[in-house]
Design a protein around this ligand. Structure first.
Ligand code: PEP
Ligand code: MG
Length: 574
């Protein structure tokens, strides 16, 4: 593509899916500098007028943007207008001009800066990410006072390189069909990222590009799925990206097909295929893949990021997951740290998977558990009937009883503070330790639902570490013993009248999902990528066929026999 320059490979955090092939376009940051100029008493009135004129001008620009915005962008612009009209900001700006005789530009500049410092000091990650919005409103206001407006001259097919992008600039950029966005800063929850996801623009953040002096127009490849950015690519790389683009387009077509398929078997039996979600950036995939909400929200990443652990930050995260799930339910699993997911302060254990993990750790760190309960309950108050609590790594009845006591105590505290929450919030446990499957009927008396974690259930049943390459051949989720424990779990649950879901990776294998359906489990949760294939098979099969498969599977003697049954089922259906 470019013979006179060697390729430069950059990498960052993949933030919005898609493949882009285009030409570089650099977004220059406007560096607004303002000196603390003093004005005379006679000038005060005209400076106050200039401020109000600038606010009106900017509001008009926002209104123009509103006309081309979709729902997501429109909410973001509303938030910008609210900041622009914030009475407290107006009062402080007036005060600086009228009482301290500062010129209007400096009054705006310093007032916004004080506000930004307060936001940064709060430590909340999402607030920090919003500072770019406030900085841009500050600079746009000052530019409006100066009667200037920046022109964005981006063209179709450009890949935009930016340090950071404010929502309004982002919306302006999206007027033309750009091929991608590469940002040096930006967080996963920044407006620029949210907007690029909703506009389907590939985006990679955290890329250090600024020192490279990239000329406008150089060829660029961007992969929003794994974070690759290539400048001056060679012919092989361009060919590779063309293949990636074709495969991405195919997967989008599959997703669209899956999203529109009903949650109903060929014979009309309803089922629910839900999403397993761990990272913020997975949220758009819930709707894209046509999942019925979230069957497993893994929350451990909050612990490992070390930020976002406060009740309000957790609440904000859970709310975003609920928002991304439309009106469907979300099952929030309590922190499942330990095992292979170590916290910094933990000492390494000689047998971590049999050690201090999941609910065992949480009951020893009660404050952490109470805070998580509080955040979940608060969110349930705003979304009644949609939030469920799931407890990981349960092995003993005492753990269930103690966890419920703590939950009740947090509920009482919220009632005392008159904080609303869903009084009927459902409380379930993971079935991932064989002891619970064996005593399913007893456990089922104490909880509202079961969710079977087949990843851990397999490793604990077969004594085969799920992460150890050397014995990966022994880690067989289709082993007859695992199916027998699933059968016992279903039997125990149905005797007590509670529902069972499966959220382990087994559910993501289409034939296994059909078998689970045949055994009576209609609630399956899996990684979003697996949803199209699973839905396709369930939609094209009848319950009778799946029941026959389940009967043969539960009578089989070996993993290979079961694998044979599953291959036969797939071949027969295709
Ligand atoms: C499981 O064990 O099957 C499960 C879903 O939980 P995790 O993979 O997070 O341990
Ligand atoms: Mg597990």
């Amino acid at each position: 593509m470019a013979k006179d320059h060697k390729p430069i490979h950059l990498n960052g955090k993949a933030s919005s899916q898609g493949i882009g092939i285009g030409a570089a376009w650099i977004l220059k940051n406007i560096q607004v500098t303002v000196r603390p100029e003093k004005i005379s008493d006679e000038e005060i009135k005209s400076h106050i007028n200039k401020f109000h004129e600038a606010v009106s001008k900017l509001r008009f620009q926002f209104e123009q943007l509103q006309e081309m915005a979709d729902k997501e962008a429109s909410e973001i612009i509303d938030a910008q207008v609210q900041t622009l009209d914030d009475p407290e900001l107006h009062r402080l700006i007036h005060q600086k001009v009228e009482e301290h005789n500062f010129g209007v530009e400096y009054a705006i500049f310093s007032t916004f800066n004080e506000y930004i410092q307060l936001m940064e000091a709060s430590g909340a990650s999402w607030l920090e990410e919003r500072t770019i919005d406030i900085i841009t409103i500050r600079d746009q206001l000052i530019e409006a006072v100066r009667n200037r407006r920046r022109n964005i001259t981006v063209s179709e097919g450009d890949v935009v390189f930016a340090i950071d992008i404010s929502p309004t600039v982002m919306i302006e950029l999206s007027r033309v069909k750009i091929a991608g966005i590469v940002m040096q800063k930006g967080g996963q929850t920044s407006h620029a990222v949210i907007l690029s996801q909703s506009l389907g623009i590939p985006c990679v953040i955290g890329v250090k590009w600024n020192h490279l002096n990239i000329p406008k127009g150089v060829p660029v490849l961007i992969d929003g799925e794994n974070g690759d950015v290539v400048l001056w690519p060679d012919e092989n790389e361009v060919a590779d990206f063309k293949k990636r683009l074709a495969s991405y387009r195919r997967s989008v077509a599959d997703m669209q097909k899956s999203a529109s398929m009903p949650h109903e078997t060929g014979c009309g039996k309803p089922f629910a295929v839900r999403a397993n979600v761990e990272f913020e950036e997975e949220l758009p995939r819930i709707a894209l893949h046509g999942a019925k909400g979230v069957g497993l929200l893994r929350t451990e990443t909050i612990l490992f990021r070390k930020r976002g652990l406060s009740v309000s930050d957790q609440e904000a995260f859970y709310s975003r997951v609920l928002k991304a799930s439309g009106s469907e339910p979300v099952t929030i699993r309590l922190f499942d740290a330990g095992g292979d997911k170590l916290l910094d302060e933990e000492e390494e254990e000689s047998n971590p998977f049999l050690g201090w993990r999941g609910i065992r750790l949480l009951l020893d760190k009660e404050e952490l558990l109470r805070n998580q309960f509080e955040a979940i309950l608060r969110v349930s108050g705003v979304n009644p009937g949609r939030v469920q609590i799931l407890v990981p790594m349960v092995s003993a009845m005492e753990e269930v009883n103690r966890t419920k006591e703590i939950l009740e105590s947090v509920k009482s505290q919220l009632r005392e503070n008159e904080t609303s929450f869903d009084e009927n919030i459902r409380f379930g446990i993971m079935v991932e330790v064989p002891a619970v499957a064996l005593l399913a009927e007893t456990f089922a008396q104490k909880v509202d639902f079961f969710s079977i974690g087949t990843n851990d259930l397999t490793q604990y049943t077969l004594a085969a570490d799920r992460g150890n390459e050397k014995i990966s051949g022994l880690f067989q989720p289709f082993h007859p013993a695992v199916w027998e424990l699933i059968r016992l779990t279903i039997e125990g649950a149905s005797a007590a009248g509670i529902p069972v879901a499966v959220c382990g990776e087994m559910a993501s294998r289409p034939a296994a999902a059909a078998c689970l359906m045949g055994m009576g489990i209609t609630d399956l949760s899996m990684t979003t990528n697996a949803i199209p294939a699973v839905k396709e098979l369930l939609c094209s099969s009848t319950l009778k066929e799946m029941e026959i498969l389940a009967k043969k599977t539960t009578q089989a003697e070996s993993t290979s026999e079961i694998q044979g049954l599953f291959s036969g089922f797939i071949n027969q259906s295709s």
